[in-house]
Design a protein around this ligand. Structure first.
Ligand SMILES: C[S@@+](CC[C@H](N)C(=O)[O-])C[C@H]1O[C@@H](n2cnc3c(N)ncnc32)[C@H](O)[C@@H]1O
Length: 406
């Protein structure tokens, strides 16, 4: 009997050991800190929770912005100090050491915003104050530049070029019908386009996966953090010394927001991966007419999906287009404007040309509209460009309007 028990215990152990080894290896595959180790030992550690766009990662990156930037100052200082005595004297005459001090000073001023964002995360989302792994300074800076693109007067020129074709199509809808129309904006970044669409009267959902973006948007949505126009100030270009005509231009201050957004019944925020969204159900406008006159407009799904600088962030563009198709109701419309700058590092499973994207969308079932304001065309535009810099990166982004058949 004892012999049999020992035999079955050995079999179970032999079966479980490889699984335990795989599990431990998986959990050790992330870069580790003391906090990670504590989390691991308390069995609280889960990879998605600390993923690259997660709330936790974004929160700690905003909270640590000053500290993360300090590495950069010391690198710049070390580089300057390595100059010969003659060149240091020349640098001194130009005021280069003061320029490095100024960088530190304006970064501390920018930290007022990043700390404000971290505070919103603590208050609104009760974020855990555990700090794990290194923060991501690059993504914080990218989001800060979006304050200028989306919410400053300086960004209006960039916005007008890309919003105009989209808002013109949506403006064709009778204002009385707009509240019944559901619009999804996937990859909504800091939310300006979604907000503009909601201001036209549409029932709008801004969808954003990255908490680096949505925490910054929440900072503006918060009636504690943001109360008046142009109350916040940033020096968004200070950390990139290239292509600057002067130090005044490098360290210049941009104020925001030029308008104050708030979440309302017709502007919601979905902070999830777009690919996990389901078609929304709808309340019938006239329930009595359900059997007699319900049409495609009463079926579940969005009436419009608007993608702006979004589809090329897909790891699998086929899955993205298919999901746009699934989320639209029959007769619904996809409006797109953006380039094809496929996700870097060869992460995308497919990197299609424009012609291939259009063919794929047609195969999936979309019908491209060619009538006047809906006609497919290139739109020259920029993305978080610095107006005063000596360099401009101009996209010839593609605009199209495509319908899901009824
Ligand atoms: C290039 S940015 C454009 C942001 C905004 N549309 C604009 O034009 O300013 C792409 C955005 O899509 C978001 N994104 C990428 N994949 C996503 C997904 N699967 N679900 C939701 N958002 C996603 C990114 O986090 C990023 O904010």
């Amino acid at each position: 009997m004892a012999h049999q028990l020992k035999f079955s215990f050995d079999v179970v152990l032999a079966f479980l050991s490889p699984l335990i080894i795989i599990w431990v290896a998986y959990r050790l595959s992330a870069p580790w800190t003391w906090a990670d180790l504590r989390g691991f030992l308390s069995l609280r550690y889960s990879k998605p929770f600390y993923g690259p766009f997660s709330l936790q990662k974004a929160y700690q990156s905003y909270a640590k912005y000053s500290r993360l930037s300090a590495n950069e100052f010391s690198h710049k200082r070390t580089a300057y100090n390595s100059l010969s005595r003659t060149h240091k004297r020349l640098g001194h005459k130009l005021g280069y050491p003061e320029k490095l001090n100024k960088l530190q000073y304006v970064t501390d001023l920018n930290a007022v915003i990043t700390e404000g964002i971290a505070e919103v995360a603590r208050k609104d989302l009760q974020v855990d104050d555990i700090h794990t792994g290194p923060g991501d300074l690059g993504r914080v800076r990218e989001a800060l530049k979006h304050f200028i693109r989306d919410w400053s007067e300086e960004g209006a020129r960039e916005r007008d070029r890309i919003f105009e074709p989209i808002l013109t199509v949506l403006s064709q809808i009778n204002p009385e019908e707009r509240a019944q129309k559901k619009v999804l904006v996937p990859g909504s970044g800091l939310g300006r386009l979604a907000w503009e669409i909601s201001q036209l009267g549409f029932d709008t959902t801004a969808n954003e996966l990255s908490f680096f973006m949505s925490l910054a948007f929440r900072f503006l949505l918060s009636d504690e953090a943001t109360t008046s126009k142009n109350q916040h100030h940033l020096r968004p270009y200070a950390h990139w010394f290239s292509h600057q005509r002067s130090n005044e231009s490098l360290f210049r201050t941009v104020s925001f927001p030029d308008a104050i957004p708030r979440l309302t019944p017709n502007l919601q925020l979905a902070e999830v991966d777009f690919l996990t969204l389901s078609p929304p159900t709808r309340t019938l406008r006239n329930p009595e007419s359900f059997w007699s006159s319900s049409g495609p407009q009463d079926l579940p799904g969005y009436d419009y999906i608007v993608t702006l600088f979004f589809i090329d962030t897909s790891l699998n563009i086929f899955a993205t287009i298919e999901h746009i198709f699934t989320l639209l109701r029959p007769g619904g419309t996809w409006i797109n404007l953006g380039p094809l700058l496929w996700t870097s590092g060869g992460q995308a499973k497919l990197e299609l040309s424009l012609a291939e994207v259009i063919n794929a969308a047609t195969e999936i079932g979309f019908i491209f509209r060619e009538d006047d304001i809906c006609a497919q065309r290139a739109v020259e535009c920029e993305y978080t460009g610095d107006l005063s810099a000596m360099m401009r990166w101009v996209y010839k982004a593609e605009f199209w309007v495509a319908a899901k058949p009824k």
